[in-house]
Design a protein around this ligand. Structure first.
Ligand code: ADE
Ligand code: ZN
Length: 330
């Protein structure tokens, strides 16, 4: 990190001397309003919002679904390999400035292929970003392709086939988008095929859906990490299992507040999760939409829960333990 990188001065106190891995960040969720406006202008795309202030006013969400509508609409400005390169590079530089040494980035290929922007184009741009920012900073990163769970199962299987045939390496498969009504069980065949191809497996579960979806993600998808997992805390037997097996939870405090999963940051269940012995990691989810990057999320929980330096060190260590490809990965 250099003093001139954005966020460097502000983040030094929370992440100084610590190596964090970011394990739950949707690369399309790092698309900042200024970038949307610039890309739209260069491509002649008309937007419903005139300027950054208008975007900010629109970024008031009632739940996951109300966010997803805007999130998918905004992606229309991502049309070629260079757009994905710029998106990935901007995120990686910003994350590195905030203390991230390794990132495992989610991407939703189905949201792009349905617009004619195919898997190999998306992956080529992101791989170039990983290589170039890796050279600049020394950080590492990998890609997890997510199944859009409110699209048909056949589309997910085609996405996986296209990714595997593209020749571009991805480290894992995930499951995201609208949760309630789309249980993990729908995608057991897709995940089985992904596991057979050597991919790691993760799944969003228990963000808005019930604890039962977390069980399904573990039992039917073989999920090695649970993204969010908040609702698992409703179920004592499940908590005991997650603690015994040290299944990582990739939790996202500012996202939970902005999507109204919790009424305020004080309600973020960090202490209950840590007290239960869960392997908790802190992440940003969709930083351009939810008010901050990994360091902003850390700053929020450190201030709210008055975390000690050893507790912050434990969060950093958890993120390394839970990573698939970072230093000390399992
Ligand atoms: N896609 C992008 N952000 C998401 C979230 N928080 N939950 C589910 N799917 C998502
Ligand atoms: Zn997410």
């Amino acid at each position: 990190m250099t003093a001139t990188e954005p966020g460097a001065a502000a983040t030094a106190s929370v992440t100084a001397g610590l190596a964090f891995c970011e394990l739950h960040v949707h690369i399309e969720g790092t698309l900042e309003p200024a970038t949307i406006i610039a890309l739209a202008r260069s491509k002649g795309i008309e937007l419903p919002y005139a300027d950054e202030a208008a975007f900010a006013r629109a970024y008031r969400f009632d739940d996951l679904q109300s966010f997803l509508g805007l999130y998918y609409d905004n992606m229309q400005v991502l049309q070629n390999e260079d757009d994905f390169f710029e998106l990935g590079a901007a995120y990686l530089r910003r994350a590195h400035a905030g203390g991230v040494m390794h990132a495992e980035m989610f991407v939703d290929p189905q949201a792009h292929s349905k617009r004619g922007v195919f898997e190999r184009v998306v992956l080529a741009g992101l791989h170039r970003a990983i290589a170039i920012v890796g050279e600049e900073t020394g950080m590492t990163a990998s890609i997890i392709v997510c199944v859009v769970r409110d699209e048909p199962v056949g589309d997910a299987m085609r996405m996986l086939d296209n990714v595997l045939e593209s020749g571009f390496t991805v480290v894992g498969i995930g499951l995201d988008s609208a949760e309630v009504g789309y249980p993990p069980s729908l995608f057991s065949g897709v995940f089985e095929r992904a596991r057979a191809a050597g991919l790691h497996t993760v799944a969003h579960a228990g963000e808005e859906g019930p604890a039962e979806y977390v069980r399904e993600a573990l039992d039917l998808l073989g999920a090695e990490r649970i993204d969010h997992g908040n609702r698992a805390l409703d179920d004592r037997a499940l908590v005991a299992r997650l603690a015994r097996d040290q299944v990582p939870l990739t939790m996202c405090p500012l996202s939970n507040v902005r999507l109204k999963g919790i009424p305020d940051i004080r309600s973020f269940p960090l202490r209950p999760a840590l007290d239960a012995g869960l392997l908790v990691t802190i992440n940003s989810d969709d930083p351009a939409y939810f008010g901050g990057y990994l360091d902003d999320n850390l700053r929020a929980v450190i201030a709210t829960f008055e975390l000690t330096r050893p507790e912050v060190e434990a969060l950093a260590a958890n993120s390394v333990t839970a990573s698939f490809t970072g230093p000390g990965a399992h």
